[in-house]
Design a protein around this ligand. Structure first.
Ligand SMILES: [Zn+2]
Length: 177
Protein backbone atom coordinates (compact mmCIF):
# COMPACT_ATOMS: atom_id res chain seq x y z
CA UNK A 1 0.00 0.00 0.00
CA UNK A 2 1.49 3.30 -0.99
CA UNK A 3 0.53 6.44 0.77
CA UNK A 4 2.95 8.42 -1.25
CA UNK A 5 0.69 10.61 -3.29
CA UNK A 6 -1.88 11.98 -0.92
CA UNK A 7 -2.21 15.66 -0.50
CA UNK A 8 0.78 16.60 -2.58
CA UNK A 9 -1.07 16.09 -5.79
CA UNK A 10 -4.23 17.89 -4.89
CA UNK A 11 -4.61 19.85 -8.08
CA UNK A 12 -3.58 23.37 -7.31
CA UNK A 13 -6.39 24.81 -9.37
CA UNK A 14 -9.08 23.61 -6.94
CA UNK A 15 -12.26 23.32 -8.94
CA UNK A 16 -15.22 25.51 -8.12
CA UNK A 17 -17.33 22.51 -7.18
CA UNK A 18 -14.93 21.53 -4.42
CA UNK A 19 -15.85 24.49 -2.30
CA UNK A 20 -19.26 23.23 -1.27
CA UNK A 21 -19.86 22.30 2.34
CA UNK A 22 -16.29 21.62 3.28
CA UNK A 23 -16.85 21.88 7.01
CA UNK A 24 -19.92 19.70 7.20
CA UNK A 25 -19.45 16.05 7.75
CA UNK A 26 -22.74 14.22 7.46
CA UNK A 27 -23.58 12.02 10.41
CA UNK A 28 -23.48 8.32 9.61
CA UNK A 29 -26.31 6.37 11.20
CA UNK A 30 -25.10 2.83 11.89
CA UNK A 31 -27.19 -0.32 11.87
CA UNK A 32 -26.59 -3.16 14.32
CA UNK A 33 -24.50 -5.24 11.95
CA UNK A 34 -21.76 -2.63 11.93
CA UNK A 35 -20.97 -3.44 15.54
CA UNK A 36 -20.88 -7.18 14.90
CA UNK A 37 -18.25 -6.82 12.20
CA UNK A 38 -14.67 -5.85 12.70
CA UNK A 39 -14.56 -3.28 9.98
CA UNK A 40 -13.19 0.22 10.39
CA UNK A 41 -15.12 3.21 9.16
CA UNK A 42 -13.93 6.69 8.32
CA UNK A 43 -15.50 9.69 9.97
CA UNK A 44 -15.99 11.42 13.26
CA UNK A 45 -19.77 11.71 13.53
CA UNK A 46 -21.94 8.67 14.08
CA UNK A 47 -25.37 8.06 15.53
CA UNK A 48 -27.55 5.11 16.51
CA UNK A 49 -31.10 4.80 17.80
CA UNK A 50 -31.59 3.33 21.32
CA UNK A 51 -32.86 0.09 19.77
CA UNK A 52 -29.45 -0.57 18.20
CA UNK A 53 -27.80 -0.08 21.59
CA UNK A 54 -30.28 -2.60 23.03
CA UNK A 55 -29.19 -5.20 20.46
CA UNK A 56 -25.57 -5.11 21.61
CA UNK A 57 -25.73 -8.09 23.91
CA UNK A 58 -22.36 -9.72 23.36
CA UNK A 59 -19.26 -8.25 24.90
CA UNK A 60 -17.44 -7.53 21.67
CA UNK A 61 -20.11 -5.49 19.92
CA UNK A 62 -21.02 -3.75 23.15
CA UNK A 63 -17.48 -2.68 23.87
CA UNK A 64 -17.08 -1.43 20.30
CA UNK A 65 -20.17 0.72 20.78
CA UNK A 66 -19.09 1.89 24.24
CA UNK A 67 -15.66 2.88 22.94
CA UNK A 68 -17.21 5.04 20.23
CA UNK A 69 -19.55 6.63 22.76
CA UNK A 70 -16.66 7.37 25.07
CA UNK A 71 -14.45 9.03 22.50
CA UNK A 72 -17.38 11.22 21.53
CA UNK A 73 -17.74 10.06 17.94
CA UNK A 74 -21.08 8.37 18.53
CA UNK A 75 -24.32 9.65 19.99
CA UNK A 76 -27.62 7.97 20.70
CA UNK A 77 -30.79 9.62 19.49
CA UNK A 78 -34.33 8.68 18.67
CA UNK A 79 -36.47 9.99 15.83
CA UNK A 80 -39.92 11.40 16.52
CA UNK A 81 -42.96 9.13 16.09
CA UNK A 82 -44.07 11.12 13.05
CA UNK A 83 -40.74 10.55 11.27
CA UNK A 84 -40.98 6.89 12.11
CA UNK A 85 -44.44 6.79 10.54
CA UNK A 86 -42.99 8.22 7.36
CA UNK A 87 -40.46 5.39 7.29
CA UNK A 88 -43.11 2.73 7.79
CA UNK A 89 -45.15 4.32 4.98
CA UNK A 90 -42.07 4.33 2.73
CA UNK A 91 -41.39 0.66 3.48
CA UNK A 92 -44.93 -0.17 2.41
CA UNK A 93 -44.41 1.73 -0.79
CA UNK A 94 -41.09 0.03 -1.54
CA UNK A 95 -42.42 -3.41 -0.63
CA UNK A 96 -40.09 -3.85 2.34
CA UNK A 97 -42.76 -3.65 5.01
CA UNK A 98 -42.81 -6.92 6.94
CA UNK A 99 -39.18 -7.61 6.02
CA UNK A 100 -37.63 -4.56 7.61
CA UNK A 101 -37.19 -4.85 11.40
CA UNK A 102 -38.31 -2.30 13.97
CA UNK A 103 -34.68 -1.47 14.70
CA UNK A 104 -34.02 -0.97 11.00
CA UNK A 105 -36.97 1.44 10.85
CA UNK A 106 -35.44 3.37 13.75
CA UNK A 107 -32.12 3.61 11.88
CA UNK A 108 -33.80 5.01 8.77
CA UNK A 109 -35.99 7.39 10.79
CA UNK A 110 -33.00 8.77 12.67
CA UNK A 111 -31.06 9.33 9.45
CA UNK A 112 -34.07 11.07 7.95
CA UNK A 113 -34.48 13.32 10.95
CA UNK A 114 -30.87 14.42 11.28
CA UNK A 115 -30.04 14.40 7.57
CA UNK A 116 -27.59 11.56 7.99
CA UNK A 117 -26.17 8.79 5.82
CA UNK A 118 -27.36 5.23 6.45
CA UNK A 119 -24.64 2.61 6.92
CA UNK A 120 -25.97 -0.89 6.30
CA UNK A 121 -25.65 -4.05 4.25
CA UNK A 122 -29.28 -4.97 4.78
CA UNK A 123 -31.24 -4.93 1.54
CA UNK A 124 -34.66 -3.98 2.94
CA UNK A 125 -33.19 -1.28 5.13
CA UNK A 126 -31.17 0.10 2.23
CA UNK A 127 -34.12 -0.01 -0.12
CA UNK A 128 -36.43 1.81 2.29
CA UNK A 129 -33.80 4.44 3.01
CA UNK A 130 -33.27 5.07 -0.69
CA UNK A 131 -37.02 5.39 -1.24
CA UNK A 132 -36.84 8.33 1.16
CA UNK A 133 -33.95 9.85 -0.75
CA UNK A 134 -31.29 8.97 1.80
CA UNK A 135 -27.72 8.10 0.93
CA UNK A 136 -26.75 4.54 1.86
CA UNK A 137 -23.22 3.19 2.18
CA UNK A 138 -22.30 -0.44 2.85
CA UNK A 139 -20.61 -1.71 6.02
CA UNK A 140 -18.49 -4.28 4.24
CA UNK A 141 -15.99 -3.22 1.67
CA UNK A 142 -15.42 -5.62 -1.16
CA UNK A 143 -12.05 -6.58 0.24
CA UNK A 144 -12.68 -10.26 -0.31
CA UNK A 145 -12.20 -9.78 -4.04
CA UNK A 146 -8.79 -10.01 -5.59
CA UNK A 147 -9.07 -6.58 -7.05
CA UNK A 148 -8.12 -3.92 -4.57
CA UNK A 149 -10.35 -0.93 -5.05
CA UNK A 150 -9.02 2.48 -4.35
CA UNK A 151 -10.99 5.39 -3.07
CA UNK A 152 -10.36 9.02 -3.63
CA UNK A 153 -11.88 12.22 -2.37
CA UNK A 154 -13.60 14.24 -5.09
CA UNK A 155 -12.72 17.47 -3.31
CA UNK A 156 -9.11 17.43 -2.11
CA UNK A 157 -8.15 14.30 -4.12
CA UNK A 158 -6.74 12.52 -1.07
CA UNK A 159 -6.56 8.72 -1.36
CA UNK A 160 -8.80 7.02 1.19
CA UNK A 161 -9.51 3.54 2.51
CA UNK A 162 -13.27 3.60 2.12
CA UNK A 163 -16.09 5.43 0.42
CA UNK A 164 -18.02 8.03 2.36
CA UNK A 165 -17.21 11.56 3.32
CA UNK A 166 -13.68 12.90 3.37
CA UNK A 167 -12.46 13.66 6.88
CA UNK A 168 -10.21 16.39 5.56
CA UNK A 169 -12.52 18.44 3.35
CA UNK A 170 -15.97 16.88 3.74
CA UNK A 171 -16.40 16.03 0.06
CA UNK A 172 -17.65 12.70 -1.24
CA UNK A 173 -15.16 9.86 -1.55
CA UNK A 174 -15.61 7.74 -4.66
CA UNK A 175 -14.16 4.52 -5.92
CA UNK A 176 -11.54 4.77 -8.62
CA UNK A 177 -9.75 2.13 -10.68
ZN1 LIG B 1 -11.22 15.63 0.74
Amino acid sequence: MSESDEKGQSAGGSSAAGAAGAADEQVKVLDSSFFFLDIPIAGTKFAVPPSVVAEMKDLRSKSKLDAMLEDGRLFVSEASPSTRKRVVAASKKSGDYGVISDTDCDVVALALEIGGIVVTDDFALSNTAQTLGLTVIPVQMRRAKKRQWKYRCTGCLKFCDAPGVCDVCGSEIIRIK
